[in-house]
Design a protein around this ligand. Sequence first.
Ligand code: NDP
Length: 291
Amino acid sequence: MFPGGQLMTTTDVENYPGFPAGIQGPILIKNMRSQITNTIISEQVEQVELIYATPDTHKKTSIITNNYFKITTTNNQIYYSFIVIVATGAIARRLYVPGTNENEYWQKGVSACAICDGWAYKNKTVIVIGGGDSAMEETMHLSRIAEKVYLVHRNKKFRAKKTMLDKVKTRTNVEIIVPYVLKEVRGGKRMERAIIYNADTNDEMVLEAKGLFFGIGHDPNSHIVEKCVDRDVDLYIKSDRNGCTTCPGLFACGDVKDKRYKQAVTAAMSGALTGISALNYYKMTLRRNEY
Ligand code: NDP
């Protein structure tokens, strides 16, 4: 993982307020970093542990909570803090088959975000892989832009909500192909076709398409706090709208706690709410005589 998260691999962010012509993901991140006046330490965190503060620590810091965190990085650096905000995001799942890798057609037709990259496929043919709600949303979104959308799913049964699948079925430019698995992506400078095979019979089929979108879910980067906070069945950190988790002093915002919206603007809003919550927590846990 490199600093900046998913936006560093996104081309145009089309739906961030204040940028009517869109903005490149890496530029948005650069602007955000330049707005920060505090020190930024660029290191990869390996683990956040809940330890308990001693009266001595309290004397030095004037905080009246016992929750205290030890943050260990991959360089074996250790930091201590009474408050931690986790904003580690999520990673869109991808399939690594011939043609989909970084030095092949990744971001040259192959993508994992229809909302971010779909605008480039006006009147073209595209493929969506997956059978859950994300794949349905991507298919609906792309069916309004592209001329034709193939929805390819490895299973005859869909995990998606019936209402969402039913909506997809009403789109006349969507063709559902099951049970098929992606084998390979081929093309010239950009992708031009995908080879898929039938999961039951192994029969192959070639789909001519300029774009291919993975809609096979996301994995939240929540493992670093697994020992100190509750997570849901999909490993998203459990928290309220304001970022408060089951562990006082540990806050979470953005995609690491949000399995549904996953947009730069919703993550920014979540970050703002959580920042205010953390500040309020800091004020409330200050010793009275420090006010
Ligand atoms: P899901 O885990 O629900 O679905 C992932 C889909 O991708 C499944 O159909 C799965 O197939 C398929 N898949 C997974 N791995 C592979 C693979 N290696 N090869 C091929 N196919 C694969 O993820 P979602 O992101 O769709 O949804 C996550 C959660 O977010 C859900 O709770 C969902 O309800 C929610 N959500 C809600 C939305 C809404 O309400 N608007 C929008 C988006 C998400 P298989 O079924 O065969 O396992």
